[in-house]
Design a protein around this ligand. Structure first.
Ligand SMILES: Nc1nc2c(c(=O)[nH]1)N[C@H]1C(S)=C(S)[C@@H](COP(=O)(O)OP(=O)(O)OC[C@H]3O[C@@H](n4cnc5c(N)ncnc54)[C@H](O)[C@@H]3O)O[C@H]1N2
Ligand code: MOO
Length: 403
């Protein structure tokens, strides 16, 4: 029995020497989910002026420090229309939330705390503290300050902040291009009226979804029959498409029709490794073909998708310039587990979160790597180290949550 490469060592080889892809400037409207390539600094100060936080009257606090206090209203300042004049002692300006505080005024008297007398005078019903309900210029941020670091994925909060900082376009890493080739004479696309000896090619859809969710660009090169020259042509197509990563599905194992590795080598791939100490996913292939990284995923759907989560996801993240992260968490076993053999096991399990904060991971009894039903139903994978001894209910375990 040949030695199998440990999962951690395999991952280290996949991530070795990966440089982030170039950057691209995209309009802010298209930037959601993209990774910022350079730090983003504020292009303006926010708020750009002292601004009223309430609807009411801009006043001088000293005029309303004690009651009774009566003031003359000399104008109005709706949001977006600054009051041109100056508030002198004894004067007030009608003001609305978001409007610039007029010169001379330093506080806001809430409209609920005031009334207008018959002669038109403003009568304060409450005293006013200096700077009350005033948002100072630059309260949020000042021009030139870096507010979002390079390497940040732009989510709803960063998108809003970037807009507030006055960026119409942002520098982001370009989308890593991921070419996908499905192989196998038995494969047919979903929806085909296929005879029963055919299998629906499902893996591409999961891989594409993962690539998209990470901010990559999937390039579907279709289904290729078990034919060396057709497979070679598809590999050449991936090179022509400028793929950063080529994912092949199936043909990774040792059967007569499993020639993925051989053909990839004939197209110039340098093998990084083949076969790892992992279940599912043992026949995984990794190599480099020019600048393109190649992941030859096993055909069994769960093997393909688990390998994609463990190797393709961090590879795309590295291409985006994101630091490696350990996504594993601890949990307790909800069912006992047998001793493990030499392969690191990724066991489909339900995940329940108890009110006291405990996480309970319960493995499904059947773990066949063709079973997408349990993969879809699972909340996590329980990670079992090679040669782990039997484990009882309640024992601590490591899990990887499924997206
Ligand atoms: N003698 C041995 N046989 C096998 C070994 C071994 O060590 N010795 N390893 C097994 C393991 S583990 C795995 S995993 C599979 C993986 O083999 P391949 O990568 O060569 O996959 P295929 O044979 O092409 O396909 C396996 C299975 O998956 C279905 N498939 C393939 N592509 C897709 C797709 N795109 N969408 C959905 N389903 C797909 C295919 O029809 C097969 O049923 O090898 C074991 N054999
Ligand atoms: O690695 Mo295979 O994935 O055990 O079925």
């Amino acid at each position: 029995m040949s030695a199998l490469l440990p999962v951690a060592e395999a991952l280290a080889r996949v991530l070795a020497d990966v440089e982030p892809v170039e950057s691209d400037t995209v309009s802010l409207a298209e930037a959601f989910g993209r990774v910022l390539a350079t730090p983003l600094a504020a292009k303006r100060t926010q708020p750009p002026f002292d601004v009223s936080a309430m609807d009411g009257y801009a006043v001088r606090a000293a005029d309303v420090a004690t009651l009774p206090a009566e003031l003359a209203v000399i104008g109005a300042a709706p949001a977006g229309h600054a009051f041109a004049g100056r508030v002198e002692a004894g004067q007030a300006v009608r003001i609305f939330t978001g409007a610039a505080l007029p010169e001379g005024a330093d506080s806001i008297l809430l409209q609920e705390d005031a009334s207008i007398a018959e002669d038109g005078a403003l009568v304060a019903k409450e005293v006013v503290r200096p700077r009350q309900h005033v948002r100072a210029r630059g309260l949020d941020f000042v021009e030139g300050r870096v507010m979002v670091d390079a390497g940040t994925r732009l989510g709803m909060r960063q998108m809003t902040l970037a807009a507030a900082m006055n960026h119409a376009a942002v520098p982001v890493r370009r989308e890593p291009r991921v070419a996908i080739i499905a192989t196998g004479d038995e494969l047919v696309p979903p929806g085909a009226d296929a005879p029963p000896d055919r299998i629906v090619a499902s893996n591409t859809f999961g891989i594409e979804a993962l690539v998209r969710s990470l901010g990559g660009l999937p390039i579907d090169l279709g289904i290729v029959p078990d034919d060396r020259s057709a497979f070679a042509a598809a590999v050449d197509r991936a090179v022509l498409e400028g793929a950063d990563i080529l994912v092949t599905l199936g043909g990774a194992s040792v059967g007569d029709h499993d020639f993925a590795q051989e053909v990839l080598a004939s197209r110039g791939m340098t093998l990084g490794f083949w076969k790892i100490a992992m279940r599912p996913g043992k026949p995984l292939i990794f190599g480099r073909l020019g600048p393109m990284r190649v992941l030859g995923l096993p055909g069994n759907p769960v093997s393909s998708l688990v390998c994609a989560l463990l190797f393709l996801r961090p590879l795309i993240e590295a291409l985006l310039g994101l630091p490696p992260i350990d996504r594993t968490e601890t949990a307790e076993l909800g069912a006992p587990m047998q001793a493990n053999d030499r392969r690191q096991d990724y066991v489909r399990a339900t995940l329940s979160e108890e009110p006291d904060g405990r996480r309970i991971a319960t493995a499904f009894a059947r773990q066949d790597s063709s079973m997408l039903s349990t993969f879809a139903e699972a909340g996590c994978l329980i990670i079992r180290e090679p040669f782990a001894p039997p484990a009882a209910i309640g024992a601590a375990c490591r899990i990887l949550r499924l997206p």
